[in-house]
Design a protein around this ligand. Sequence first.
Ligand SMILES: Cc1cc2nc3c(=O)[nH]c(=O)nc-3n(C[C@H](O)[C@H](O)[C@H](O)COP(=O)(O)OP(=O)(O)OC[C@H]3O[C@@H](n4cnc5c(N)ncnc54)[C@H](O)[C@@H]3O)c2cc1C
Ligand code: FES
Length: 280
Amino acid sequence: MKLNEYLPVPAAIKDIVDETPDTKTFILQIKGRSNRVFKYKPGQFLMISLPGYGEAPFTFASSPSKDGKFQISVRRVGFLTNAMHKLKEKDIIGVRGPYGNTFPLDKMEKKDLLFIAGGCGIAPLRPLIQHVFSTRGGKNRKDYGKVEIIYGCRMPKDRFYKKEIKEWMDEPDTKVYLTVDEPDQTWDGACGVVCVMFPRIKLNPKTSMVFLCGPSVMIKSAIRDILKLGFREQNIYASLERYMKCGIGKCGHCYIKGKYVCTDGPNFSYTQMKKLGITS
Ligand SMILES: Cc1cc2nc3c(=O)[nH]c(=O)nc-3n(C[C@H](O)[C@H](O)[C@H](O)COP(=O)(O)OP(=O)(O)OC[C@H]3O[C@@H](n4cnc5c(N)ncnc54)[C@H](O)[C@@H]3O)c2cc1C
Ligand code: FES
């Protein structure tokens, strides 16, 4: 269920985690009775506002929890996000949402799953990965087949959720492949863009589902290469980021060829992406 879609409600910062030199994860909880009606699904996003600094969309970076706490991972890029990085525990921010569609959760059941993330693109995929792994409260692991996760970032220090990713490596029937564009002295793993890891994929391309998020250049090249491996376009989903203002299909900022990314997306199958002209 949604709160009043036009009206931000106050949410308290419960904790802040430094993920990378320019990204912090905020653990939030909506104050008062609204907390009980605030429900969202993996893949959706919300609008965060700070008086005097404006409002912007952020993806939910954690799967829904019983106590209503949720996480957003915020990269410091400009006016609002710089101000957010100065916030402390117990500070209050405005929240409205949730908005957008979820991933095809029913279609994923019993399937092998491939997740491909670049940089902060891991944030929208994390609630879905947590949903699949029983250790993260989803209690769903048995409902899915094998899981493979490919996560690339610029440098080792730019990787999000380092501790949790180690836990993912210990999940049953799961493989995690990490790569960096620019290795440093601490790194003895793979180097290069996410596509360099594709020869390691062991999943059956005909039946597996693929979920991607990252810079648009990464999404395009990764889709081009996984299609060559035989993955089916109707089983490939990407989470797209477009400039947004209202988040509710009114302002037209996110409009592409008859679709609003904020309400019809942000998650689209490759079949839908082709109709929107977003192809490799
Ligand atoms: C559906 C969706 C989900 C998002 N999820 C996250 C998230 O989980 N974490 C995160 O850190 N960021 C996320 N973003 C991007 C985030 O909304 C922008 O970084 C934010 O609006 C920047 O605000 P600012 O005032 O700090 O930057 P500004 O001072 O407004 O601009 C600084 C730079 O950021 C770019 N920018 C501004 N607004 C956007 C925007 N809406 N989309 C893309 N680039 C923008 C500008 O072009 C400029 O280069 C998401 C965007 C969308 C559309
Ligand atoms: S953000 Fe306003 S229509 Fe999508």
